[in-house]
Design a protein. Sequence first.
Lengths: 119, 108
Amino acid sequence: EVQLVESGGGLVKPGGSLRLSCAASGFTFSSYSMNWVRRAPGKGLEWVSSISSGSGYIYYADSVKGRFTISRDNAKNSLYLQMNSLRAEDTAVYYCARDPYEAYYFDYWGQGTLVTVSS
Amino acid sequence: AIQLTQSPSSLSASVGDRVAITCRASQGISRALAWYQQKPGKAPKLLIYDASSLESGVPSRFSGSGSGTDFTLTISSLQPEDFATYYCQQFNSYPQITFGQGTRLEIK
């Protein structure tokens, strides 16, 4: 069974940093591109970042470019999102999501981890 | 960036009803569209990909249609477990993926 479990969310002050993790199991993690998608309170879904299976291709939404860094460790079956210079508008539930074979949509999602940016 | 506009934003319906949710793209996206269902506190669930392909395990009462700029998600006979929020997502302009604003489907 495919499982994605996010962790690392919490309360952080504006300008602060946080690192999210996503532990994957039940599939060959190293074969799949992975993504982060967020949902702000009362808002819809927003794609944040993606990383190819071998980390050769990395992309970001304009709203986080220069502040967030996506990475992965295939030996540990883990995906990460380093978030710096956090803003109130980054407050959201962050989901990791799997891309089935470079399809560019998402077939499995984690339950999400809440990030709250507030003073 | 390609904008997706869903309509309606919210919808009240009864068990057994046939409902349709539309998604309009600001420019043509061929058939590069997916639909998701999200329930409160849960992860989104993939329903439809490539505009009309049903994801494995998804009930056949869900169907998708359309191409270019206009797309529709249809639920043929609403079941109690279908009351949720639905999102469309385009991937034609990958890596700049965008979602619609969501359609909240409520019980009448």
